[in-house]
Design a protein. Structure first.
Length: 202
């Protein structure tokens, strides 16, 4: 009993020290800025084109060889035409160890140095329906697999929804205006990670 109590107290002290320490104790990255675009395309077949853009900074205590990203499922959500770009250069994603996983592994060659920044872009198509839920299209960047690993997202994220003439879009977040042209309408929103449950498009 005393051993378990002492061990528990030690873990609490360690956690408190880590929380107040400015020096990173493990691998991690921070999304300084990110935005999402959803386009409803009608030709040649109806589909949604999703583009997620991140400005990432390595805030950990070591270089990163890769990061893992969870995506909509290729079979149930109809995901196709996946593209991954790092600083404008297309990078072939790797399959995770778990064959049932919805995630991909994005390698960095050479490894991503500490304090350095990268722009990451993820693009893919999704088959309809006309209503997109949070988990249906929203990419999820996973923190490194480590006890003290950290990831962080910006407080506000921009969401743009493009639809052809005759369509209307709604989404979570604060409306930030629209832009109309001959090709359709762009609806702009600002997502707040403390208020919004997640983006949705109908």
């Amino acid at each position: 009993m005393r051993f378990r109590l002492a061990r528990g107290l030690a873990l609490l002290v360690l956690a408190a020290c880590c929380a107040g320490c400015a020096v990173p104790l493990g691998p991690g990255f921070y999304s300084e800025k990110q935005s999402y675009e959803v386009r409803l395309l009608a030709d040649p077949t109806p589909r949604f084109h999703v583009r997620a853009t991140y400005r990432l900074r390595n805030t950990g205590d070591r270089p990163l060889d890769s990061i893992e990203v969870v995506l909509p499922d290729a079979s149930s959500d109809g995901r196709s035409s996946l593209r991954v770009l790092i600083d404008g250069r297309e990078v072939p994603p790797q399959a995770p160890t778990d064959a049932q996983s919805r995630s991909i592994v994005i390698p960095f060659q050479p490894p991503w140095p500490q304090k350095e920044r990268h722009e990451l872009v993820l693009e893919y198509d999704l088959a309809p329906p006309a209503h997109l839920r949070y988990s249906d299209w929203f990419p999820d960047l996973l923190p490194p697999a480590h006890l003290f690993a950290k990831d962080k997202t910006p407080e506000h994220v921009r969401l743009s929804v493009f639809v052809p003439p005759g369509f209307v879009a709604l989404a979570g977040g604060k409306p930030k205006g629209t832009h109309r042209s001959e090709s359709g309408t762009e609806y702009r929103f600002e997502l707040d990670d403390k208020v919004d449950l997640g983006p949705f498009v109908v």
